[in-house]
Ligand binder design. Structure first.
Ligand SMILES: Nc1ncnc2c1ncn2[C@@H]1O[C@H](COP(=O)(O)OP(=O)(O)OP(=O)(O)O)[C@@H](O)[C@H]1O
Ligand SMILES: [Mg+2]
Length: 498
């Protein structure tokens, strides 16, 4: 008799008001299998995994683990059955320590009931070491980078003896070396312990690298399944989007004007030291570095979001001091933050509200807000960026991860800013929408002469989108390169120890 699948989801359906998110989806996993789950933003990937984790009850369908149907798939039941889902939007207790997060609900106790902190830290240190993660078990979660928080989640899954681990876009927050490390761990756990993985990602290179099998979802349905060695990425993309995307990177000839922003000797975030850079009108400048290199800190320092930052900042040739994000906005700067959940969106507000909130000045008709202009702007953004939402009034928190990111980007189109700082603007966005965002950035820089600084950890994006590139390593700028003259190898050399 063949082995029973570790997991079999059968005929799973799930609706939300106005959206059929899953339409009779079936999905299974063998022991030790590494399966990729791909599809456009809003295809239903995260929803399916939330049904698997017990976070959402399905409207129809069954979940079987080792051939046995699970009666009441609550989160507690599913954890008990060995299912660990590491969400796209990580749900951690930010003020607790690493050890508390890893051992949440299962902290070791002394006789008498008090938590044995020494033992908790020892157990946590042991699992972190086994994974090769350099993280202090006593550190508070909110002091860690997003990448390290991701690692804490993986450590937690392991201490729970998970048999099925779902990683929902883990690499969106990891740098290349960390991805390599994560893949090594996935392979080891799959080969040695028979742990089965579901790997969700919009980066197809990774899908081909790590996964043996792939499932493609589109509009709430499974539209294709195969082995990764039986398909190429073009065909895979066609299954995902159901249309041709063409060249992912558009071409343009920049029209570069006067200097818009210059910083000299910036120190920021307790990490960035003596960083100097400039950007001109109509120019797109890239800030490349591995996780922890200081890109985010640099952008925050420029924007006024870091009180302790100092350095000499000039805007259009005039020296200014930005003491707060309010100052940044007042001086024509706009920031697309790294963590959209914390700083980028009004989650409870509607899609329309989030798109127009920075553009209100443009939308006035005399003293009143013009509903017509407002609706036109919102409709354009929703259509151009393919924001998947039942309508403009839906709350942003109900959109899929990638569609939330599109709202953050969409807001810029009508915004008053003249200098745009974007931290990982295409994180979690599917291939088709990426192309739309690139077009949009080119438009903003060409027709509105915006000066744009983009921090990204995706090299092809940096090299194809930008005119000039600054490379960062350990809080310092190590190189300034012409994006059209340099190569991935050269950039990487400056980003790592050479
Ligand atoms: N809690 C919710 N309330 C209402 N609609 C929801 C909710 N959760 C998801 N949806 C909708 O269900 C659909 C599928 O969303 P899901 O998050 O599963 O997409 P996804 O494939 O994970 O996309 P992404 O790649 O952007 O993360 C989307 O249209 C989304 O707006
Ligand atoms: Mg998702």
């Amino acid at each position: 008799m063949p082995d029973l699948p570790v997991l079999a989801l059968h005929g799973i359906s799930k609706s939300f008001p106005g959206v059929k998110a899953l339409k009779s989806v079936s999905f299974s996993l063998e022991a030790g299998e590494i399966r990729a789950l791909v599809g456009e933003n809003g295809a239903g990937k995260s929803t399916l995994m939330k049904v698997l984790s017990g976070a959402y009850g399905a409207d129809a369908g069954t979940i079987s683990i080792f051939g046995k149907a699970v009666e009441n798939p609550s989160p507690a039941t599913m954890i008990g059955k060995g299912v660990a889902v590491i969400y796209q939007e990580m749900a951690q207790a930010p003020h607790l320590s690493v050890a508390e997060n890893v051992l949440l609900g299962r902290l070791p106790r002394r006789t008498g009931g008090l938590v044995d902190w020494a033992e908790a830290r020892r157990q946590t240190a042991a699992v972190l070491e086994r994974l090769g993660f350099d993280i202090d078990p006593a550190a508070r979660i909110d002091t860690l980078s997003v990448a390290k928080r991701q690692m804490v989640e993986i450590a937690r899954a392991l201490t729970r003896n998970a048999r099925i681990i779902v990683l929902d876009e883990p690499s969106a927050v990891l740098a290349a070396s960390e991805i390599a490390q994560l893949f090594a761990i996935i392979r080891k756990l799959s080969a040695e312990d028979g742990v089965a993985f579901v790997y969700i990602s919009h980066r197809l290179v990774e899908v081909f690298d790590i996964a043996e099998t792939v499932t493609v979802m589109r509009d709430g349905e499974v539209v294709h399944q195969c082995r990764t060695n039986e398909i190429d990425s073009e065909t895979l993309i066609r299954h995902m989007v159901g249309r041709e995307v063409g060249d992912i990177f558009p071409k343009r000839v920049p029209k570069i004007g006067n200097e818009a922003l210059r910083i000299s000797g910036l120190s920021a975030g307790g990490l960035v030291e003596d960083a100097s850079l400039y950007v001109r009108r109509g120019e797109i400048v890239g800030l490349f570095g591995l996780a922890g290199a200081g890109r985010t800190e640099t952008l925050k320092g420029l924007f006024g979001a870091d009180r302790a930052a100092h350095g000499v900042l000039t805007l259009d040739g005039k020296t200014v001091r930005l003491a707060s994000p309010r100052d940044g906005l007042a001086n024509g700067l706009g920031l697309v933050p790294e963590d959209r959940k914390v700083a980028g969106l009004f989650l409870k507000q509607s899609v329309g509200f989030n798109i127009t909130i920075s553009s209100l000045k443009h939308l006035m008709a005399g003293p009143l807000l013009s509903r017509v202009k407002e609706t036109a702007l919102v409709d354009t953004i929703i259509r151009r960026l393919r924001v998947k939402t039942p309508n403009a009034r839906a709350a942003v928190q109900n959109l899929s991860g990638g569609n939330q990111q599109k709202c953050v980007i969409g807001r810029l189109v009508g915004a008053e800013c003249t200098i745009l700082l974007a931290d990982e603007p295409t994180r979690g966005v599917d291939v088709g929408a990426k192309r739309e965002i690139y077009d949009l950035l080119f438009e903003l820089s060409d027709s509105r002469q915006l000066a744009i600084v983009i921090a990204s950890s995706e090299l092809p994006e940096i090299l194809n989108l930008c005119d000039r590139v600054y490379v960062m390593r350990e809080g310092r700028i190590t190189a300034e390169l012409d994006a059209r003259q340099t190569s991935e190898e050269e950039v990487m050399r400056y980003a790592t120890h050479n």
